[in-house]
Design a protein around this ligand. Structure first.
Ligand SMILES: NC(=O)c1ccc[n+]([C@@H]2O[C@H](COP(=O)([O-])OP(=O)(O)OC[C@H]3O[C@@H](n4cnc5c(N)ncnc54)[C@H](O)[C@@H]3O)[C@@H](O)[C@H]2O)c1
Length: 324
């Protein structure tokens, strides 16, 4: 079963699954109850945003694999799956790492160079450089990264071309790893207080959820720009709204919102952030390119088929005993 997907059709998955002798059920579940209702008796689940938590996993009667379309597995209760001997797989992060790094830099430059503000102004007949004022020279400024994982490393590589000084905070990496790539390792506090531009590229974990709340945002530079190309809930939106309206920071560019619209049915843009001129929002599109989407669909379907035909997953997230 495809629990949910927003790729428009299921042709790629159908070909892979049916060629292996299975049937494909394509659903559009928006919550765990719908996953249970549709997926109780399926052999494997592919999921994009639909939560497959412990309730669903306990309700499954024969499921052997949960394949996530993508890298993050925060929507799957991996411990519950392991307990029930269900293999969880993801897509190794190189399927979209270049795209996300490009998008992070595009959001950064658009915010720093006020591209969206200028575009709106010129369309309304205002042909003045002042409609973007103030803009600061990038060269020499501090470009901070929250995490120095695969994607953040590609962002750092790109950012360096603009003459910025790259700092990163990653509590799980050796500082020498950062230094060897000409990046200054800093504490979370130094990152927050010293960055002129701060890109969030850490996974969503209990430790990063709401890491950017009022207390953190209050400590940033008033000229700072915050970019989030990770998961929405790392930033507390009401706090960000206050930070942007009261001048705690200068601007934000977000590829996701705290409410995670992609996980909702009939979502509407009621978030007050949409009323602000110093915010840019893209619809969790950083990963997107035609190549990336095709790759991730193939990877998820092939992983499911591999597990269901007794082969080892190529990108297992958990360890489960082999089945006879
Ligand atoms: N917007 C998109 O379309 C999109 C696409 C892919 C990935 N992402 C997001 O980007 C994240 C990172 O992806 P990746 O491929 O670089 O992952 P990765 O596993 O290569 O790197 C993650 C890094 O985060 C670090 N980290 C963990 N907790 C941290 C913390 N509290 N503070 C700072 N660093 C921390 C880890 O040590 C690791 O180095 C993903 O988890 C996902 O949420 C977004």
């Amino acid at each position: 079963m495809i629990a949910d997907s927003d790729f428009g059709d299921v042709d790629i998955e159908r070909e892979i699954v049916e060629d292996a002798g299975f049937e494909l059920l394509a659903a559009q579940c928006k919550n765990e109850d719908e996953v249970i209702e549709r997926g109780r008796d399926v052999d494997g689940v592919l999921t994009q945003y639909a939560r497959v938590g412990s309730r669903a996993i306990d309700a499954f009667t024969r499921c052997r694999v949960i394949a996530r379309y993508g890298t993050g597995v925060d929507i799957v209760d991996v411990d519950a799956a392991t307990r029930r001997g269900i293999q969880v797989t993801n897509a190794p992060n190189d399927w979209c790492a270049e795209e996300v790094a490009d998008h992070a830099v595009a959001l950064w430059l658009a915010a720093a160079r006020k591209i969206c503000a200028y575009d709106q102004a010129t369309r309304q007949g205002t042909w003045q450089w002042q409609s973007g004022q103030p803009i600061w020279r990038l060269r020499g400024q501090v470009f901070g990264l929250l995490s120095f994982g695969a994607i953040a490393q590609l962002v750092a590589e790109r950012a360096r071309a603009f003459g910025v000084e790259v700092w990163a905070h990653d509590p799980f990496l050796d500082e020498s790893e950062l230094r060897s790539r000409h990046v200054r390792p800093v504490s979370f506090d130094q990152l927050v207080e010293g960055s002129d531009h701060l890109v969030i590229q850490a996974p969503l974990t209990p430790g990063t959820r709401h890491a950017f709340d009022r207390t953190t945002l209050r400590r940033m530079k008033p000229s700072a720009i915050l970019i989030n190309t990770a998961r929405g809930p790392i930033v507390e939106d009401t706090a960000l709204y206050q930070a942007l309206t009261e001048g705690w920071i200068a601007g934000a560019a977000l590829d996701d919102l705290e409410e995670e619209p992609a996980k909702q049915r009939d979502w509407r843009p009621h978030n007050p952030l949409f009323s602000l001129p110093n915010v840019i929002v893209t619809p969790h599109a950083a990963y997107y390119s035609e190549q990336a989407v095709t790759a991730v669909r193939r990877i998820a379907a092939e992983e499911a088929v591999r597990v269901l035909t007794g082969q080892n997953a190529r990108s297992p997230v958990n360890e489960v005993p082999a089945r006879l």
